[in-house]
Design a protein around this ligand. Structure first.
Ligand code: NIG
Ligand code: FE
Length: 411
């Protein structure tokens, strides 16, 4: 296997706190190394240290050298929450929202209509384009969900297509109740059954067909979507088939029962958590469940941002993610989310960088990504900047100079 030395890295974020370059105390968990180098063999990192140490040891048997020109390097972003399997967009809904119309879960159904109308090849092309868009911006690992077909054939198909672009596939047949099962818009469609009938479908044949291509089971437990009892039923059904649970909750209103249920079932992550009580925060802090904050949603729905400072100060593990979807957050930019997390949610810059890399990895229960350590995948971003700080300090500026995924230049 060929070995590549990456050297002349002005500042390396490892997320390994055993490294302590000079820097603020807040940056300690980033495990910074100044004037760094690393060695990649095949798709894995096999050595990390200073450029000086790499030179002195000289014994890495290197086939190629990549000079990073003194620029900063960070682990590839881990975007642990997206909804990429869809057709159409909802620009008009966004435009209306910016003119004062509030966001509701109901908009999901217009994407369902567009997605059901798209062919498999069209969805495949859309997914490939979206995966490329993420990678070009430094996202080397991402999760994505079904949830815009909401029917027996479409939901498993969405998982199958998603599996072609990522290993982190989530079955979200319980996104909302579709119109033909009595959900909003049922007045204008032929009704096939009740809400309970839809849940039977989701927890039965739909789940069985989707499960072979999914790792995770998720449900949208919020106003206008599913109740806590319904959400529990869906998660437990998925868990019986070997899927691991995660949850959308407390996006639109406080929902302590949903938080308690998610923690009790051992969700890897509860996502959104825009509205939390002090008791919810204490419970999350005492658990191994990550809270994934999605600042693109508050931005795009003009909603109050969650208080990340309060969560972190209470000991909750926080990840940040794009939630890329056509309704509540049509951004694929982790860098934008970092800027928003810092500016609007009270996170320090190092906390936001950590949450977008190591935090995302924890939210996906992955130990092979999100850090630059021996044995990890060589997923790396070379920034067009001398420091990771520029990701928040230069909002909106594309700073991804080169991206490697599994040791191969990907963008
Ligand atoms: O995570 N909250 C539920 N689902 C998506 C929104 C989907 C949509 O509006 O299309 C979310 O924000
Ligand atoms: Fe979501």
């Amino acid at each position: 296997m060929s070995r590549t030395l990456f050297t002349n890295i002005g500042l390396l974020v490892t997320n390994d706190s055993r490294h302590h370059a000079s820097g603020s105390r807040a940056a300690e968990r980033l495990g910074l190394i100044e004037d760094a180098a690393l060695v990649v063999e095949g798709e894995r990192i096999i050595w990390v240290g200073t450029a000086h140490a790499a030179e002195v040891s000289g014994g890495h048997d290197i086939d190629a050298v990549i000079d990073c020109g003194g620029r900063a390097m960070i682990p590839g972003f881990v975007d642990s929450h997206s909804h990429l399997v869809f057709a159409g967009d909802r620009a008009a809904e966004f435009e209306a929202r910016m003119a004062g119309v509030p966001y509701t879960a109901g908009g999901i159904r217009s994407t369902v209509t567009a997605t059901r109308g798209a062919s498999e090849s069209e969805l495949t092309r859309l997914l490939a384009d979206r995966a490329a868009e993420l990678l070009a911006q430094g996202t080397t690992t991402f999760e994505t969900k079904s949830g815009y077909h909401l029917d027996l054939l479409g939901e498993p198909l969405a998982c199958q297509l998603a599996k072609e672009i990522t290993d982190e596939v989530t079955f979200l047949g319980a996104h909302v109740v579709p119109s033909e099962y009595g959900g909003r818009g049922h007045e204008s469609v032929a009704v096939l059954g009740t809400r309970e009938d839809y849940l039977d479908l989701v927890c039965g044949p739909m789940l069985e067909a989707a499960a072979p291509n999914a790792r995770w089971i998720d449900v949208f437990c919020d106003d206008g979507a599913f109740t806590v009892a319904e959400a529990r039923r869906v998660l437990e059904a998925g868990m019986r088939l070997g899927l691991a649970p995660r949850l959308h909750a407390a996006q639109l209103a406080p929902n302590s029962e949903a938080i308690a249920m998610g923690v009790q079932l051992g969700c890897a992550s509860i996502d959104h958590c825009t509205y939390l009580t002090d008791d919810d925060v204490a419970l999350l802090a005492s658990s191994s469940t990550v809270v994934t904050l999605l600042p693109g949603v508050e931005f795009s729905t003009r909603s109050p941002y969650p208080d990340a400072r309060r969560l972190i100060d209470s000991g909750v593990t926080v990840a940040i993610s794009t939630d890329c979807n056509p309704g509540s957050s049509f951004t694929s930019s982790m860098a934008l989310c970092i800027s928003l997390a810092v500016r609007e949610m009270g996170m320090t810059v190092p906390e936001a960088i950590w949450a977008a890399t190591a935090g995302g990895a924890l939210a996906l229960r992955r130990d092979d990504v999100g850090a630059v350590v021996v044995g990890a995948r060589a997923d790396l971003i070379e920034l067009d900047a001398p420091s990771y700080v520029h990701l928040a300090y230069r909002p909106g500026v594309p700073l991804t100079r080169r991206v490697w995924k599994n040791g191969v230049v990907a963008a």
